[in-house]
Design a protein around this ligand. Structure first.
Ligand SMILES: Cc1cc2nc3c(=O)[nH]c(=O)nc-3n(C[C@H](O)[C@H](O)[C@H](O)COP(=O)(O)O)c2cc1C
Length: 224
């Protein structure tokens, strides 16, 4: 791996937009930061609202790093978190020359999905996603809506055809989740895997439920 590629592996862009599922975003952020990743974060106006509405006042943007440390532990401090303005189209991640290995939009609203699908670049989230696609770097899109209209389905196809990994917020239940955190761990693990990171956010499938032959309802160890 060249030093340039190695440098890129350590910088990842995360976008939070106004779809339900802020917990997926904070879990993904924490898991990347625990690995010492430099995260460049951009949050849309409705993303900011959803963070506050779903996770509470302590999770607001200006208190996000303390929130992540308090919620996920001190290991989060191994990484670096920088928050960029969604209005700043001159920010680092707006340029292909910036050493950013990949990007995840988690959660991704249908509005932002449409903007990415049509290359609109109206704000930094859309512009950075456009950069990832044109530079052939990893772009993970985590849409959340149900049911979906034909336009929304077609927009996902357009993004996939352009090279994005479209990963709807659909946690699995064969991992026997017992808490919301287990569900978020699953999606965060999927996102990290798609961005090329190893992780132990959920048990790897071994052919039986949670690696045992126990009945599904009792197989997962409850760590709470
Ligand atoms: C409480 C709340 C929940 C929402 N949930 C979703 C959702 O799950 N999916 C979605 O596409 N839009 C959802 N929306 C609507 C988006 O936030 C809205 O379309 C917004 O304009 C998206 O803008 P953004 O992509 O710039 O964040 C929600 C809005 C609110 C207020």
């Amino acid at each position: 791996m060249s030093s340039e590629t190695a440098g890129r592996r350590r910088t990842v862009a995360i976008a939070i937009t106004g779809a339900s599922g802020a917990l997926y975003a904070t879990r993904t952020l924490a898991a990347l930061l625990e690995q010492g990743v430099h995260v460049e974060l951009v949050i849309s106006d409705y993303g900011r609202r959803l963070l506050r509405d779903e996770l509470g006042e302590t999770a607001t943007v200006d208190r996000l790093m303390p929130y992540l440390v308090q919620t996920y532990g001190d290991r989060v401090s191994a990484g670096k978190l920088i928050v960029l303005s969604n209005r700043d189209l001159g920010a680092t991640i707006a340029s292909g020359s910036h050493g950013c290995a990949g990007m995840a939009i988690v959660p991704c609203s249908m509005k932002t999905l449409a903007g990415v699908a049509h290359g609109l670049s109206r704000n930094l989230v859309e512009r950075a996603a456009d950069v990832m696609l044109k530079e052939r770097r990893s772009l993970v899109i985590v849409p959340r809506e149900t049911p979906m209209s034909l336009m929304q389905l077609k927009n996902m196809v357009l993004c996939a055809e352009a090279g994005a990994i479209v990963m709807p917020a659909m946690p699995a239940f064969y991992q026997l989740p017992r808490t919301l955190d287990h569900l978020a761990d699953f999606m965060a693990g999927k996102i990290l895997g798609a961005l090329g990171f190893d992780h132990d956010l959920y048990p790897k499938w071994t052919g039986t439920v949670a690696g045992t032959t126990a009945p599904a309802a009792t197989a997962r160890k409850d760590t709470e």
